[in-house]
Design a protein around this ligand. Structure first.
Ligand SMILES: Nc1ncnc2c1ncn2[C@@H]1O[C@H](COP(=O)(O)OP(=O)(O)OP(=O)(O)O)[C@@H](O)[C@H]1O
Length: 218
């Protein structure tokens, strides 16, 4: 589902990624571990089309995303990739349901279809009594679950998550990781997750350990 070939990334003279090769299957949950500054976020952003590699390429379900540009890239990202960040990034003036619908509307779904899909996901994630709440009225764990529902609304090929539980207490951290495992089981959803936390990382099918821009073990 996600293939990285010899990915390198330089920022000026600083070589952050030094030739990363990986192959992630459909339905796999893969965690990327490593010390601060090892290059985890840089790798995730390149795999998720938010940044370009200096060398190498990324294929998602056979599409070489490194060669897509402008509107083509934006369309591919909107339709096929889901993102969950450390801070939920929900829009404060919209309700949970509206936040969740937005990527569906951008993808060209009707309000009815985007709403139905968002409702189904929010119900599945245990948020049926929070649909009309704005982000400020939700707990940290609830906000992250809305962000997960939003990431899934267009039925993406893969969801990328960068420290998704980094801002949560340990109970909510565990619950969020269990939710990813459950979504994989129910929908065969592929997840690639950056985390510092080995305990959470161990719930994945595979851990990729990055040291100084290279994969040292899997
Ligand atoms: N846009 C940029 N310009 C210059 N240097 C950058 C840029 N983005 C990242 N870096 C550098 O690249 C290195 C890797 O950063 P990255 O954010 O990928 O690490 P990380 O493993 O995710 O760290 P953390 O766990 O602290 O988030 C760091 O030294 C960082 O300062």
């Amino acid at each position: 589902m996600v293939i990285g070939k010899n990915i390198e990334k330089k920022f000026g003279d600083l070589k952050v990624l030094k030739g990363i090769d990986l192959n992630i299957e459909k339905g796999e949950i893969v965690t990327i571990l490593g010390a601060s500054g090892a290059g985890k976020t840089t790798l995730l952003q390149i795999l998720g089309s938010l940044d370009k590699p200096s060398n190498g390429e990324v294929l998602i379900n056979g599409t070489n995303i490194s060669s897509l540009k402008g509107n083509q890239l934006a369309r591919f990202r909107n339709q096929h990739i889901g993102f969950v960040f450390q801070f939920h990034q929900l829009l404060p003036e919209f309700t949970a349901l509206e936040n969740c619908m937005i990527p569906g509307l951008i993808a060209g779904k009707s309000e009815k279809d985007a709403g139905n899909r968002a409702l189904k996901l929010l119900n599945y994630l245990g948020l049926s009594d929070r649909l009309e709440h704005k982000p400020a009225q939700l707990s940290g764990g609830e906000k992250q679950r809305v962000a997960v529902a939003r990431a899934l609304v267009n039925d993406p090929l893969v969801v990328f998550a960068d420290e998704p539980s980094g801002n949560l207490d340990s109970k909510n951290q565990d619950e969020l990781m269990d939710l990813f495992v459950d979504l994989r089981k129910q929908f065969n959803q592929t997840f690639i997750i950056v985390t510092h936390d080995r305990h959470l990382a161990e719930k994945a099918d595979r851990m990729i350990n990055i040291v100084d821009g290279v994969i040292v073990d899997e």
